[in-house]
Design a protein around this ligand. Structure first.
Ligand SMILES: *Cc1c(COP(=O)(O)O)cnc(C)c1O
Length: 647
């Protein structure tokens, strides 16, 4: 067998795909540590340094790191991409983007986006009353748009119209014809002229996981005849000057640029028709859908996209221009509601692998006493006495193992014998895999041995809280260790979380082609934490995560570049994850009541002399401390109440 080529930093970059999905934002330094480059230039921060700094502040992993400069960078990139496209195409309208709040509602995220977007007049999109309440308070720039989507009641409409009175550019997008009556009624009552948009139900089918956001059965949008009915209503109400915008949304993470082009052309046609009917119009909103290349393959595969942000902007602008020119209609200002593309990259989830579940080790010594027939047969398969071909050998081994399992159930094999059978079986599998490593044409069943034999790394986090879309939609996120990258990763593993749910696992990983069933990781070392990062988790995961097993939100550190700081960054905001008492409160438990109930039991035991008084006090202390503590595992020494620092 030829010697493996040496493992280098470059091998790590290739294997984990840092450059492919991370662009210029990630690199591995000569010491094998992963660095993030928030601005995509030379300035970088070692991610392990952030983890250490956060840990010293009491925020151990699982930890969400928000790289705020990276978030700002994305906002600027999107706006500049449209500015360049507009200039390049000689387009006569402006770009007026909005951030859809639902993609990440966290205050620091929304504020950072507004701040970075201020020079561009970047606005917000709200899809519910709570989101609109956020947007109304935060968005003060008079030039920025506030687009209101989603189902609306009169209160929602009232709030949006109140915005008009405050000088905000709120636009109410009609999703159902019935909403129009409520808008007309409320606007009359409040004495304001509303600005209205119409969401159209495009015939262009979406593509990707969210394909059903559009088309005949979509739950949103107006059909052509409903649009005609809406037009009639507006005319009757003498509110024709209210209609300003055409909106569509073909779903999130659209992998194929051809889909986007088709949708833009169709929507632009609606725009032109309405403009020609004499409505003031002025705005075309192309919704979301701008993708993220999670696997770095630049393909039209679900987790990827076959275009760049730059190409997206250019195609949108060029196609709107073309359609308007053909119709002889003035070009509208273009609005986009890109959420995922703005916020996904800035957020990194760090968790620690705390244990490994390995397949049974060496076959070891056979059990004492007379050997059973089935064991002798398995031993023969292991020694490959019959010189069988690999697939046959594998089938025989499985058959014998199954036979042994039934014999155990029937009482003919002892536990010790059964354990030995399993070890023999895995030994055979390992032997087969080793032989197959040299083959080109590996039968399917044997190719699957890799994942069958993979180890499981137990990771201190919850898939349901922090990587929900991986569980719900099989969405792939880039996952990689953030240190030891100069060292060859020799263990093929899958990840399991600490929930008591067998679905709490990650066993699909990004690859250039297809999907990997296992990820190469480093052997765990006693006493040394092993940190793994899940990347590009800033879109949707934050809010949609749930409380399965009551783990709740993880610790969070918001990081900024700082040239004067020793490690090149500072943590501006440290947000502790949920404590047990906080989560218990959400499901109607009162921590103090629980403590009292426990104390009563301890008192009873103390009186009965089954617990010593000092022991009893310690028990109550422990219970009270844990109920105020975090929900995730604390690896290593438990946290002691910290002694007050002397100044
Ligand atoms: C969710 C949503 C968006 C955001 O879509 P992304 O693909 O994340 O950019 C935009 N507009 C509307 C109406 C939405 O519902």
């Amino acid at each position: 067998m030829s010697k493996q080529p040496a493992w280098t930093i470059k091998s790590a970059e290739d294997y984990y795909g840092f450059k492919r999905w991370g662009g210029s934002h990630f690199s591995v330094d000569p010491r094998g540590d992963l660095r993030v480059h928030p601005m995509g230039d030379d300035r970088s921060v070692k991610i392990v340094d952030i983890v250490r700094e956060a840990s010293s502040m009491g925020l151990r992993p699982p930890l969400t790191i928000r790289v705020q400069d990276l978030l700002r960078r994305r906002v600027i990139q999107l706006n500049e991409a449209f500015l360049r496209a507009i200039k390049g195409e000689g387009y006569e309208g402006r770009y007026r983007g909005v951030f859809p709040v639902k993609v990440n509602q966290l205050r620091e995220v929304v504020e950072e986006i507004l701040d970075a977007g201020e020079p561009f007049g970047f606005g917000l999109e709200a899809g519910s009353k709570p989101e609109l309440l956020i947007a109304m308070a935060l968005l003060e720039q008079p030039d920025a748009l506030l687009v209101c989507n989603g189902y609306k009641d009169e209160e929602f409409i009232q709030l949006a119209l109140m915005g008009r009175k405050l000088g905000k550019q709120t636009i109410i997008v009609v999703e159902q014809v019935s909403e129009l009556d409520a808008i007309i009624r409320t606007a009359r009552r409040m004495g304001v002229t509303p600005h209205i948009g119409i969401r159209v139900k495009l015939a262009t089918a979406g593509e990707g996981k969210w394909a059903e956001s559009t088309g005949e059965n979509a739950k949103f949008g107006l059909t052509p005849s409903e649009i005609m009915a809406a037009v009639e209503k507006l005319r009757k109400a003498r509110m024709t000057d209210a209609l300003r915008l055409v909106h569509f949304h073909i779903g999130s993470q659209v992998p194929n640029i051809a889909t986007i082009k088709k949708a833009v052309v169709e929507a632009a046609r609606y725009y032109c028709e309405l403009a020609k009917m004499g409505f003031p119009m002025g705005l075309l909103d192309v919704g979301g859908g701008l993708g993220i290349d999670y696997d770095g393959s630049r393909s039209a595969y679900e987790s990827s996209m076959n275009y760049s942000m730059e190409v997206y902007a250019r195609d949108v602008v060029a196609h709107v221009k073309q359609v308007c020119a053909a119709a002889g209609v003035a070009c509208p200002d273009i609005v986009s509601e890109s959420g995922r593309a703005l916020v996904a990259p800035h957020s990194i989830l760090i968790f620690e692998a705390v244990d490994r579940i390995a397949r049974d080790g060496d076959a070891g010594k056979p059990p004492r006493g007379k050997s059973h027939q089935v064991i002798r047969e398995l031993e023969a398969i292991l020694a490959n006495k019959g010189k069988l071909d690999p697939l046959e050998r594998y089938h025989d081994a499985r058959e014998k193992r199954d036979e042994a399992h039934s014999r155990f159930t029937l009482g003919y094999l002892t536990l010790e014998q059964r354990a030995y059978v399993d070890r023999l079986f895995w030994q055979i599998c390992r032997d087969l895999r080793a032989r197959m490593a040299r083959e080109h044409d590996v039968p399917d069943e044997l190719a699957r041995l890799d994942s069958l034999l993979a180890e499981q790394y137990v990771c201190n986090f919850s898939v349901f809280q922090s990587l929900l879309d991986h569980w719900a939609l099989d969405q792939l996120f880039p996952i990689a260790p953030i240190h030891r990258l100069g060292e060859r990763p020799t263990v093929q593993a899958t990840l399991v979380d600490i929930t008591c749910d067998s679905d709490g696992k990650v066993d699909d990983f990004i690859d250039l082609e297809d999907v990997r069933r296992t990820l190469a990781l480093h052997p765990l070392r006693e006493g040394q934490p092993y940190y793994i990062g899940a990347f590009m988790v800033g879109a949707y995961q934050d809010i949609m995560g749930d409380l399965h097993n009551l783990f709740g939100r993880v610790n969070e550190a918001h990081v900024f570049l700082e040239d004067d700081a020793e490690d090149g960054f500072y943590i501006e905001e440290a947000i502790p994850g949920y404590t047990v008492d906080r989560i218990l409160g959400m499901i109607q438990y009162n921590a103090e009541d629980l403590c009292r109930m426990l104390k009563r039991q301890v008192d009873r035991a103390t009186r009965a002399d089954s617990v010593k008084p000092r022991e009893g006090v310690a028990m109550v202390d422990l219970y009270e401390r844990l109920i105020r503590g975090g929900t995730y595992l604390i690896n290593g020494e438990p946290e002691r109440p910290r002694s007050r620092r002397r100044r």
